[in-house]
Design a protein around this ligand. Structure first.
Ligand SMILES: [Zn+2]
Length: 335
């Protein structure tokens, strides 16, 4: 068992970030200047503690202001956030966190450089030169060795800094660079991106390096405005759809229930209409008021006295028909 695998076994635990858990183990990186720790998020594709070839790797130099204090003066915090978001989305990756504050010069020299920048209105690289400090004294050989100790032969490196690629390739790793582009959040950060691009060849798109703070602020406000308008704008159509949908369903249900309730009555009306149809069709002039039922007279004979209205006890179902015929006879007599 390698030292790295042993460390992962001893230190593996769950870490909650943005509401989701990740499995993480820690591997120490011992070096006098470029030491730190490797945070190995896994598991590997075979389920074992560790990572697999081709995983995402971020080599991040410590920046107390950007990482911990969330300063807007540099891009360290946003880069770390973006790298961790990508690793978390994949569920695996390596964050190598090196104690290289102030590009290897330390926190005190970093503060002196920032003071010099303010005093002479120069960028951080010019102020380091004025203080006779190396522009960048970091090295990444220890990080490359750590990645090899983890059993990796290829990685996807999250960086804009070409100086981080070469040491890993020299260590035998196949490196695919994945850019980390973040918007500057202040005028100082914008100038810092421009300086890194100009002095150290960082692969930052020019549109990001020269982006004005006003543009960044405008974009932030636009995103916030869209997010704030999305809910009320979508609420009205959704409410209308819901209202009319419920109304349509209620109306359809009501019609179905009404139809079921009236079905027997409709059948009864239909049968009554069929029974009334012959009388309705008979011409009024052809009816003899004395013999409203000529078919009965024909069968049984006329028992009524001459000049006497024959009394007929209508059946229940024929009441309407006889009344209609009597009225028709009266009209006929008056005419
Ligand atoms: Zn920083």
């Amino acid at each position: 068992m390698t030292e790295a695998a042993s460390s992962l076994d001893e230190t593996g635990h769950r870490l909650t970030r943005r509401g989701h858990e990740l499995q993480v183990g820690i591997v120490p990186i011992s070096h006098r200047v470029d030491g730190g720790h490797a945070l190995v998020f896994g598991p590997a594709t075979d389920g074992s503690p560790g990572v697999s070839d081709g995983c995402l790797v971020r080599i991040h130099s410590r920046c107390l202001y950007g990482d911990a204090l969330r300063s807007d003066d540099c891009d360290c915090g946003p880069e770390l956030d973006m790298a961790m978001d990508m690793i978390q989305r994949e569920g695996a990756g390596v964050l190598i966190y090196l104690e290289q504050e102030g590009r290897g010069a330390g926190l005190i020299n970093k503060a002196r450089g920032l003071q010099t920048s303010e005093r002479f209105d120069i960028d951080t690289f010019a102020s380091y030169a004025r203080l006779e400090l190396s522009a960048d004294s970091r090295s990444y050989e220890s990080a490359a060795r750590c990645l090899r100790d983890l059993g990796l032969t290829s990685v996807r490196l999250l960086t804009n800094n070409p100086e981080k690629v070469e040491p890993l390739e020299r260590a035998g790793l196949t490196v695919t660079r994945v850019p980390l582009h973040t918007w500057p959040r202040s005028e100082r950060a914008r100038k810092y991106l421009q300086a890194k691009r100009r002095h150290r060849g960082h692969q930052i798109p020019r549109v990001l390096a020269v982006a004005t703070v006003e543009h960044v602020e405008w974009e932030r406000r636009a995103r916030a405005r869209v997010a704030s308008l999305a809910i009320p704008v979508m609420t009205l159509p959704c409410a209308l759809l819901g209202y009319f949908g419920v109304a349509a369903i209620s109306a359809a249900t009501g019609l179905v229930v009404l139809g079921l309730c009236m079905w027997p009555d409709l059948l009864g009306l239909h049968r009554s209409a069929r029974r009334m149809r012959p009388a309705m069709r008979r011409p009024v002039d052809a009816v003899d008021p004395r013999h409203p039922h000529p078919e009965r007279v024909e069968a049984f004979g006329d028992f009524s006295a001459p000049g006497e209205q024959r009394r007929v006890t209508p059946r229940r179902s024929g009441r309407r028909r006889n009344r209609t015929m009597a009225h028709a006879g009266a009209d006929h007599a008056d005419s």
